[in-house]
Design a protein around this ligand. Sequence first.
Ligand SMILES: NC(=O)c1ccc[n+]([C@@H]2O[C@H](COP(=O)([O-])OP(=O)(O)OC[C@H]3O[C@@H](n4cnc5c(N)ncnc54)[C@H](O)[C@@H]3O)[C@@H](O)[C@H]2O)c1
Length: 345
Amino acid sequence: MSCGELRLALAGCGGVVKRYRGAYAGIAGARVVAAVDANLAEAQAAASELGAGVASTDFADALRDEVDAVLISTPNHLHAEHATRALRAGKHVLLQKPMARTVAECEEILRARDASGKSLGLYMNLLDHPLFRDLRRLVEEGYLGRVALFSARLAHRGGLQWGGVGQNWRASRAQTGGGSFIQLGVHYQHLMRWLLGQTIVRSQAMGTNFACPHLEGDDLMLVQYQLSGGSLGEIQTSWCCQEEHVSLLGTKGSFHYRDNQRVEFFSECGPFEGEVLRMLGDGSLETMPQLLAPEWDDAANRFNQHRRFVENVLAGEAPEVSGEEGLEDVRVVEECYAQVEGARG
Ligand SMILES: NC(=O)c1ccc[n+]([C@@H]2O[C@H](COP(=O)([O-])OP(=O)(O)OC[C@H]3O[C@@H](n4cnc5c(N)ncnc54)[C@H](O)[C@@H]3O)[C@@H](O)[C@H]2O)c1
């Protein structure tokens, strides 16, 4: 690592990277020096946009001497291989969710991290959103009272359009580690634990393939949770319908966030002045906010997870989302899939 600068390699330059890579043009102390993708055109497009000197199809180029940290955004089945190789080469790693397909793979990554002494962060883009910072404060400071119920739904119709195995890695259970739940459920399962400050004590899962026979895994899943503080949770995921929501119901208030923009919020405690939410003394919102999630490449957003990773590594601080947190998400996912398989007999 040169003084005050983190030189990065992008490993995987596909769909999600196109959404976030622009952030690196605006993060102080970050410089992308290499872009690697199995598809050379994708690597070249990323390298050209960011002024990186290396565009390659060979993962070894992400491990060159001039690279300090590798951002891994390859399909799930490559996370363990790519993260362990990068850590063993002495690179810091920021890894896309889910951390890996299985607990065993996550543990392998953690062993490589511990042996390397390098930083391993997990990229959870929901934490970019100032709204969830406010929500966490609302919970911590008691504005909702005791949170009885957390519920979230993340449903994308993408699965109806994708090709099957061999055409899209998301269709393959071997490549994803499951279906809609490992891809989508980890977001809100993570958010639930982070917002409520509780661990998952027990989960109860039902999953099926409802409308996407070309996908091997679930396109519809429903999981209920018992949490360490006594709260109950429920998360639904789907690749065949469309909607997003997050709801918290507490003894003194409630919060609802719908379709990535609309917030309804009530609390008998107030006033509250947050990052983006403002509540008057009578418990009503000052306005009914239309809250768009921040762009993934918004480097000016101080909660941007890429910016946070760079800042943390340069300051010698722990990453915002640790590998242990990633493993915990995958542990519950694995448990849920075992229940679904068990029910199938
Ligand atoms: N945080 C989020 O909300 C979010 C959203 C989408 C995807 N993701 C995660 O990001 C990862 C990538 O997803 P995506 O949507 O960008 O997929 P994608 O299929 O669009 O892109 C994956 C890229 O990896 C490349 N690739 C495949 N094998 C490779 C190899 N051996 N070496 C180098 N490159 C290789 C492909 O050519 C492709 O360009 C997945 O783990 C996914 O779960 C996270």
